[in-house]
Design a binder for this molecule. Structure first.
Ligand code: HMG
Ligand code: MG
Length: 301
């Protein structure tokens, strides 16, 4: 990539971040969080999740959050949708984009959405069709693409097979997830190369959790393979309740630092995001794990 090339950060903190927090933010605070992220310049914010509220109680107020946010023109406000019931709820909440999800490994898929991979295809097909019929675009997550908490290594052919199936359903973008933060850059290069047999790299996003501190290196590997869309979470919030030991997403401020210093254009104001992370620490009453927060805490000590 050359200087001032455009890259996109999809902010997933309000969903992936908050879904795993033991302290539940109030609906007011969630609305403030999304509004402040919109003001910072993000073009795509994953706001919440229309999964079963019993499975993810922290996001049970998805409908209300979507009803109350201030929608800035040009910003895509998306949410996770696991099935047709979730789609109905997401459509009445006027999401701009529907994000379906499943895993590349059988046992994580069962733990996370209570179905086999094959049965999941049958559930997601009408969701993708319904979203398209409503004029919405669809993102498809492929979780455990770099390793599974139950099965260990995941064969790249399984990642390609699940991706291909989602693409055939009509998803517009695939986000390939390192759910438990085990990936390393060489693996990222190999997985992206394998996926290019079924899709153009412009349709690919990468979603790294930072459990072992390899997420930034993995993003650099993704850039080197031509990927321009990366998921991140303000402050490094996050995890997956059905992936034991998974840490937060790579922190948005740290990815922004990387991109800014590499001369890549995100359209996002880094100081705004730093301020959102500081505010979020206060609301959650705990330090957040981003490097940027550690630097700021050090400066004010
Ligand atoms: P299930 O229990 O198998 O659902 O859960 P079911 O279809 O058998 O339905 C049971 C009851 O739930 C029915 O009610 C449904 O109507 C109701 P009843 O008829 O008994 O009264 N129901 C719902 N209610 C509200 N909203 C819905 C809904 N669906 C069914 N959407 C299900 C299956 C998929 C719903 C459940 O397993 C679930 O919600 N799982 C979500 C797990 C989750 O959110 N995990 C975290 C997100 S994934 C992630 O973090 C990874 C990612 O970040 C990428 C990465 O890091 O790799 C994306
Ligand atoms: Mg995730």
């Amino acid at each position: 990539m050359s200087g001032r090339d455009r890259v996109t950060i999809v902010e997933v903190g309000p969903r992936d971040g908050l879904q795993n927090e033991s302290r539940v933010l109030s609906t007011d605070d969630k609305v403030t969080l999304v509004n402040r992220l919109s003001e910072a310049g993000f073009r795509h914010i994953e706001v919440s999740s229309f999964v079963h509220p019993k499975w993810i109680p922290t996001l049970a107020d998805a409908d209300e959050v979507l009803a109350r946010i201030t929608r800035r023109p040009g910003v895509t406000y998306s949410a996770l949708v696991p099935n047709e019931r979730g789609l109905e709820r997401a459509l009445s909440a006027r999401v701009d984009m529907v994000n379906v999800f499943m895993s590349a490994s059988e046992s994580h898929n069962r733990a996370n959405i209570n179905k086999s991979i094959v049965d999941t295809y049958a559930v997601l097909e009408p969701v993708v069709q319904g979203a398209k019929a409503a004029g919405l675009s669809v993102r498809g997550y492929v979780s455990t693409a770099f390793g599974c908490p139950y099965e260990g290594d995941v064969d790249v052919s399984q990642v390609v097979a699940v991706s291909e199936r989602l693409l055939r359903m009509g998803v517009d973008e695939l986000s390939i997830g390192d759910t438990i933060g085990v990936a390393v850059p060489t693996q990222v290069t190999a997985v992206v190369a394998a996926l290019q047999s079924v899709l153009d790299v412009s349709k690919l996003a990468l979603h790294f959790h930072d459990t072992r501190g390899t997420a930034i290196a993995n993003i650099v590997a993704g850039l080197g393979s031509g990927v321009t869309v990366f998921d991140a979470s303000v402050g490094g919030l996050g995890g997956c309740p059905y992936a034991p030991g998974a840490a937060g997403n790579v922190a948005t401020e740290d990815v922004l630092y990387l991109f800014d210093k590499m001369g890549l254009d995100t359209g996002i104001e880094r100081p705004f995001v730093d301020d959102v992370a500081a505010w979020l620490e206060e609301r959650l009453e705990k330090p957040l794990p981003s490097h940027a927060r550690a630097v700021r805490r050090g400066q004010s000590a």
